[in-house]
Design a protein around this ligand. Structure first.
Ligand SMILES: [Zn+2]
Ligand SMILES: [Zn+2]
Length: 123
């Protein structure tokens, strides 16, 4: 199971998914193969920005290493210009204008809002 799959699997709360990834990454000499890309990176980075703390240095370093590996600020800007469909209404938005439900890992637009049936937060 790759790191991306761990993030996209909805079986655990997202903070627990990230905690496990960071643990594996740390144990495996911080190998690049454990870093995140695509939708998994979008979800984790967005979540991390909301839950940044001074305590979890390993998590911050894992996110920063993934950020660098997707191309830093240029890569992030390019990602925000990609488009995705809202899982509820189907409308298409740039990633900068759509949220992602960390409970079911589907995109949700701001008109549709958070999923009432999901326990995860929308980032
Ligand atoms: Zn929608
Ligand atoms: Zn959901």
């Amino acid at each position: 199971m790759t790191s991306n799959h761990v993030v996209l699997d909805c079986g655990l709360p997202i903070d627990e998914r990230i905690r496990r990834l960071v643990e594996v990454w740390t144990r495996d000499n911080r190998g690049r193969e454990h870093l995140l890309t695509g939708k998994a990176f979008f979800a984790v980075y967005s979540w991390h920005l909301r839950h940044r703390t001074d305590h979890d240095i390993a998590r911050a370093e894992f996110v920063a290493a993934s950020y660098d590996s997707i191309g830093g600020s240029d890569g992030w800007d390019a990602m925000l210009r990609e488009r995705a469909n809202c899982g509820t209404c189907g409308d298409r938005y740039r990633l900068e204008n759509i949220g992602l439900c960390t409970g079911c890992m589907r995109y949700t637009c701001y008109a549709c809002g958070a999923h009432a049936s999901c326990t995860g937060e929308t980032v």
